[in-house]
Design a protein around this ligand. Structure first.
Ligand SMILES: Cc1ncc(COP(=O)(O)O)c(C=O)c1O
Length: 371
């Protein structure tokens, strides 16, 4: 699904040098590489504060800790996402309230959010799924009306722009009260291990977030908050310092691959290519198609024989996952999410795809579909 080796070989000298510098200076924790990454990412995103942390799941957890959400508080999020989004809500004793998504963009549906609000609702967590923004203006309007916090789960869309009604743009993750991201190796901005970051424009929140990721201390050995140990390590920061410089180019490469796929599959009766939301740029963390009357297992086996990987993100909606089954929901409650789980497929998507590879992938998919 990704070609991290091919990407590494193009930046090898710089990456190797960055890692060697960390080793030679032995600044393994909170070293200059982390400081540099923090300020470079603040500049790239045009956000006041970036708080690096251990991974994207921790980023979400720390965000909820900083907002002082209490057990029993309800947090609305989507049923069509990676488990981490809801996992941290449950882990903190909060109540995940799952809602359905838009069938075109696969992102959280603002009307569904509105319907799910109760007197216990405290926050909304939109996920910018597969690389394009959730409808942030509508979500922020709802949040304002009901006095709710919004935490953007931007693990899959770093580098994307949200385009406001007036034409102005902001990077996803910097629109709400807090944004979170992951630097998992296969992400658009991926480290060579785990990593994550939290974004905010709020000085007070930033101070708390920075303390919480470091055992709740602002001053060493004085613990103002209950915290966690969640730091981006310097080796990962050294890698990210190199890759951040290439992020826009990486997003362009993904978009070019997506264009190729779009053209190859245009108007095919058995597949719908991903809809590009007009209020967002798309950074194609995944290229996800919706199939119609296609046996996905057979397609996967057929492609597997040709050496082509194919994944299903996500085969089971969160409200139907064993650990999250709740009297609140039953099968059939979120028809769009459920249908997507039954019909989506994701094809290889990364920065190193060549036209020959894309031709090989698309011709084999078409061969199967046209059989
Ligand atoms: C939507 C979403 N949220 C959160 C995460 C969690 O990030 P991490 O794997 O860095 O903990 C991921 C990463 O896989 C993700 O895709």
């Amino acid at each position: 699904m990704v070609d991290l080796k091919g990407q590494y070989l193009k930046i090898k000298d710089e990456v190797d040098q960055g890692i060697m510098e960390v080793i030679e200076t032995t600044s393994f924790i909170k070293g200059p590489a982390v400081q540099k990454f923090q300020s470079s990412l603040e500049e790239y995103l045009n956000v006041k504060h970036v708080v690096p942390c251990g991974n994207g799941t921790d980023a979400l957890q720390v965000a909820m800790m900083a907002l002082k959400l209490e057990p029993g508080d309800e947090v609305i999020t989507t049923s069509f996402t990676f488990i981490a989004t809801a996992e941290v809500i449950a882990l903190l004793g909060l109540t995940p309230v799952l809602v359905d998504v838009n069938p075109d963009t696969y992102n959280i549906d603002p009307d569904a959010i509105r319907k799910a609000i109760t007197s216990k609702t405290k926050a909304i967590v939109p996920v910018h799924l597969f690389g394009q923004s959730a409808p942030m203006e509508a979500i922020m309007d709802i949040a304002k009306e009901y006095n709710l916090f919004v935490i953007e789960d931007n693990a899959q869309a770093i580098g994307a722009d949200y385009i406001f009604d007036d034409g102005s743009r902001k990077k996803t993750g910097t629109i709400a009260h807090i944004g979170c991201t992951s630097f998992f190796p296969s992400k658009n901005l991926g480290a060579y291990g785990d990593g994550g970051a939290i974004f905010t424009n709020d000085d007070k929140l930033a101070e708390q977030l920075r303390a919480i990721v470091n055992h709740g201390m602002k001053v060493r050995y004085y613990h103002d908050y209950v915290g966690v140990n969640s730091r981006l390590d310097s080796m990962q920061a050294a890698v990210l310092n190199v890759k951040l410089k290439h992020l826009d180019e990486y997003c362009d490469a993904r978009r070019m691959a997506a264009d190729y796929y779009d053209q190859a599959f245009a108007n095919h009766p058995n597949i719908a290519t991903p809809v590009r939301y007009e209020k967002s740029t798309h950074v194609f963390h995944q290229y996800t198609l919706v199939t119609k009357d296609v046996n996905r297992d057979a397609l996967k086996a057929f492609l597997g024989e040709k050496g082509i990987p194919m994944m299903i993100y996500y085969p089971v909606p969160l409200h139907m996952q064993k650990a999250y089954i709740s009297p609140r929901y039953s099968e059939g409650d979120f028809p769009v999410t459920e249908k997507l789980s039954e019909t989506v497929i994701s094809l290889p998507m990364h920065t190193e795809l060549t036209n020959e590879q894309l031709e090989y992938i698309t011709s084999n998919v078409l061969e199967f579909l046209n059989k």
